[in-house]
Design a protein around this ligand. Structure first.
Ligand code: ADP
Ligand code: MG
Length: 306
């Protein structure tokens, strides 16, 4: 396990030793719990999760072939989409029907597979928006933004500390659109920390990032756990999962098909089947960075037209 290899074994990681390697396994200290979470698109059950528990204070990797439902599950749990049925709770409180910015202010944030930094805002402006739980840029023209303006100095100070930590301080006044794909991933991670979340969900944080920046991103992910946060991240690179994950959840065709320590999961027949049975032709980690940036730009422009 990631933390055990590093020599320090936090209490939360130790708690996982008692957990059986099976789908839906109960955790000693679950921060996030979902029951019968189903998201249907027409005839397709994109997500069909009977039970999921995420242990507090550890790094959990969510893996599975493309189309397994990982992003849709993230969307449902964080309020960006509503499941067709089911219930889920964070710190024991239901989040059903709650919009994403309120979920974020409760302490659960997520980043996107295709980064959603606002290209036409500067890096520091993107960070300030993060403090609202990532409402749109129009938020600042709304009347209740006055409430936020009162805290501007405090927000800016927090933003600057984070920019320094993620080595983006020299880019402070640059448009986010001018950043490389990897820098955008860093900005998104930094921005999500503006609400001081307990749980941070990262959707393919390493996809399209060059190897040099990958190592730095990886260290940041471990750093989040080491400062007491819970991390749930989607990743295709199994070496990376083995390196930093304390626990692994495997999805295929909307369902959780396996769960356990990285070593146990990677030796599991169901996991091997799920991967061998899948098509990898659209694996994002195979796309080059320019292509990803282009996609992200299109997505941002589409967002701005709404
Ligand atoms: N908005 C949508 N409308 C219709 N189908 C969707 C939508 N979003 C996702 N899907 C489908 O749901 C399935 C799961 O997708 P997704 O959650 O993106 O998988 P993953 O993130 O594991 O690659 C896929 O078959 C995908 O095509
Ligand atoms: Mg996805």
């Amino acid at each position: 396990m990631g933390a055990e290899r590093a020599g320090t074994v936090p209490e939360a990681v130790r708690g996982l030793r008692e957990v059986p390697n099976e789908p839906g396994a109960a955790k000693p200290d679950a921060i996030l719990v979902g029951d019968h979470v189903v998201r249907q698109f027409g005839g397709l059950k994109a997500v069909d999760v009977d039970h999921i528990e995420v242990q507090r204070g550890v790094i959990t990797a969510l893996i599975g072939p493309n189309g397994a439902g990982k992003t849709t599950l993230f969307n449902c749990l964080t309020g960006f989409d509503q499941p067709s049925s089911g219930k889920w709770s964070f710190n024991g409180k239901s989040l059903k029907g709650m919009p994403p910015h309120r979920v974020a202010r409760r302490g659960m944030v997520r980043t996107f597979q295709l980064t959603k930094v606002l290209a036409k805002l500067t890096v520091i402006e993107n960070m300030r928006l993060g403090a609202t739980g990532q409402r749109g840029e129009k938020f600042w023209s709304a009347p209740f933004a006055a409430l936020w303006r009162g805290q501007e100095a405090e927000i800016t100070e927090r933003a600057d500390v984070l920019l320094q930590r993620f080595k983006l301080d020299t880019k402070r006044e640059d448009f986010a659109g001018s950043l490389s794909g990897g820098q955008r991933k860093l900005l998104e991670m930094a921005r999500s920390l503006m609400v001081d979340p307990e749980l941070i969900m990262l959707d393919e944080p390493m996809a399209g990032v060059n190897p040099a920046l990958k190592q730095s991103l990886l260290e940041h992910v471990v750093g989040l756990r080491d400062e007491g946060r819970t991390v749930l991240f989607v990743e295709h690179d199994m070496d990376m999962v083995r390196d930093i994950a304390d626990w692994v959840v495997v999805m295929a065709q909307g369902r959780i098909v396996a769960e356990g320590t990285p070593d146990a999961v990677m030796a599991d027949e169901a996991v091997i089947d799920a991967y061998l049975g899948a098509h990898h032709d659209t694996d994002l980690s195979d796309l080059d960075e320019d292509e990803l940036e282009e996609e992200a730009r299109e997505e941002i422009e589409e967002e701005e037209r709404k």
